[in-house]
Write a protein that binds this ligand. Structure first.
Ligand SMILES: C[S@@+](CC[C@H](N)C(=O)[O-])C[C@H]1O[C@@H](n2cnc3c(N)ncnc32)[C@H](O)[C@@H]1O
Length: 244
């Protein structure tokens, strides 16, 4: 960001007890989202009290100190949060996903490249059956994986779980992983993708080209999908059509 005022503020914040503040705000997310004892997730408005998000819709003036403060604080909070989960897990998101799966009439759901497994965990807590959750455990930033996460390569999971009707894939690397997963899918299988768009931080151009004509609009979910400020992830649904 080429704004000298902002740069000055960042420097002063880095020298202050800013990180302490961020860890205080992160501890709200930790206690309420990354916690196996909880049975309900915080909602958007509760989370918006602690961090700056893109769906808050009332962004303060960029040049004001309060904006910079919230923004930098949120970046630090995100740094801590992504050691556990990339998507912000909220009550609205999980309820919407549960309703979507019901509407699609899919029962056999798996999650691959799941990281520590918090998305699968919360879907299960809200009553969605997840057949299998896997990750190859190679992402070194994740420290704790939930017990049910099995160590397996995504392509192997998809090959083995032939009955899967929907595959969840959240925040895949910017390499061929998502593209290879899409190629492995059979006709009519759904892929629920959470991540950024083409040219950003998740998946690659080969993937976005391949899924181009297979998308099913689920804008209602994105209306309440909460993003960390400055992050452009969305929930997208693709269904593999028959080849002509
Ligand atoms: C950026 S993290 C996202 C984790 C999680 N889905 C989330 O949204 O928080 C990418 C994950 O993909 C996993 N991964 C990468 N390639 C994989 C593969 N071929 N098979 C299984 N897991 C893989 C990594 O270990 C890592 O946990």
């Amino acid at each position: 960001m080429n704004n000298p005022e902002y740069e000055k503020l960042v420097k002063s914040f880095l020298n202050s007890d800013f990180k302490k503040n961020a860890s205080k705000n992160f501890s709200y997310l930790e206690r309420n989202i990354l916690n196996e004892d909880k049975i309900i997730l915080p909602n958007n408005s509760q989370i918006n009290d602690f961090i700056c998000t893109s769906t808050e819709k009332k962004w303060p003036n960029f040049k004001t100190e309060s904006f910079a403060t919230d923004f930098i604080d949120t970046s630090f909070v995100r740094d801590l949060y992504v050691k556990h989960s990339f998507p912000l897990l909220t009550h609205e998101l999980i309820v919407n996903l549960k309703n979507l799966f019901k509407q699609l009439k899919v029962k056999n759901i798996i999650e691959v490249c799941a990281g520590p497994g918090w998305l699968s965990h919360w879907l299960k807590i809200y009553g969605v059956e997840i057949l299998k959750t896997t990750d190859n455990l190679e992402w070194k930033d994740f420290q704790n994986y939930l017990d049910f996460v099995e160590c397996e390569d995504a392509l192997q999971t998809i090959t083995k779980e032939t009955q899967a009707e929907l595959i969840i894939l959240s925040w895949p690397y910017i390499d061929d992983t998502a593209f290879n997963i899409w190629n492995k899918l059979k006709t009519n299988q759904y892929l629920l993708y959470i991540g950024e768009g083409e040219g950003r931080c998740t998946a690659n151009i080969k993937f976005f080209k391949a899924v181009e004509n297979h998308e099913i609009e689920i804008n209602n979910i994105n209306e309440t999908y909460l993003q960390f400020f400055g992050i452009h992830d969305r929930v997208r649904l693709f269904r593999k059509k028959e080849r002509r």
